[in-house]
Design a protein around this ligand. Structure first.
Ligand code: GLN
Length: 273
């Protein structure tokens, strides 16, 4: 884990899931040579002892977070565990933050990312390969509990907070010229929320169910105004190295099975019910 973070920092990559093609093609080489001792995609698929390295976010409630007992839990965590059991594969889940998880897959240090990653055309065009969608989410804003902001027009002349390289950041960027606000970038969700609570930022842009769940779970002084949601997109697990297609196939097969047998619904009910 430390080694992974150190090498990611040493690489100093531009950290964006919508990476330019230079980054993704640069990144695909170490990915194919370093992902497994076995060579070739069929060897990786056939090796039942392969431990798939999956990277995830740190705090993206209720998809991944550390609960009051200190356990790392969430919808992504449980879905992955259920699919692995269904398909009989081994994996290691590393919680390294959104940017870190994206970079880990780009550099071949991780085989896949599961972190409530929105499936977008832009990401697909930049080399990401997604599983089937497993949860639909829009993006919107959250403002301080006592804020009078109810529209994008109310953001004019203010500064908003986003998390680096996310769909929420894309949404803010798509609106900033029209509504005349500036953007401050954060590495993780709690720090971004805090900036709004203390009044440095007028609002933050993130996934609607995530902000609603976090506010409910932690009782923080934020609220989500109505009617400002993006179009939204489903979440998918994502890979970049085509050699890991076998893993994606197992994930999709397992996802269909847990959706058919009620496990998926039970997981959603557990965290969002
Ligand atoms: N769904 C958002 C995205 O894909 C945010 C993901 C996250 O912050 N973990 O960009």
């Amino acid at each position: 884990m430390k080694k992974l973070l150190a090498s990611l920092m040493a690489l100093g990559l531009a950290l964006s899931m919508a990476a330019c093609s230079t980054t993704s093609s640069d990144a695909s080489e170490p990915a194919s040579s370093g992902s497994s001792a076995a060579s070739g995609e069929s060897a990786a698929a056939a090796d039942p002892d392969k431990v798939w390295l999956i990277a995830t976010d740190t705090v993206f409630v209720p998809f991944e977070y550390t609960d009051e007992n200190g356990d790392f839990v969430g919808i992504d965590v449980d879905i992955l565990a259920a699919i692995a059991e269904d398909q009989g594969f081994k994996y290691e889940l590393n919680s390294i933050g959104w940017d870190g998880a994206v970079a880990a897959v780009q550099t071949g240090q991780a085989d896949a990312i599961i972190a409530g990653a929105s499936i977008t055309d832009e990401r697909k065009e930049s080399g990401w390969i997604f599983s089937d969608g497993y949860y639909n989410a829009t993006q919107t804003i959250a403002v301080a509990e006592d804020s009078t902001i109810t529209s994008f027009e109310d953001l004019r002349g203010t500064s908003v907070a986003v998390k680096n390289g996310t769909a929420g950041a894309d949404y803010a960027e798509s609106l900033k010229d029209e509504y005349g606000f500036t953007i401050t970038y954060f590495d993780d969700s709690p720090t971004m929320y805090q900036d709004v609570i203390i009044g440095n930022s007028s609002a933050c842009f993130e996934d609607t169910p995530v902000m609603i769940s976090y506010i409910k779970q932690k009782g923080i002084a934020l609220k989500v105004p109505e009617g400002l949601e993006s179009e939204g997109a489903p979440y998918g697990l994502a890979i970049m190295n085509e050699d890991n297609q076998a893993f994606l196939d197992m994930f999709n097969a397992g996802l269909a099975n847990i959706q058919a047998n009620g496990t998926y619904d039970a997981i959603i009910e557990k965290y969002l019910g």
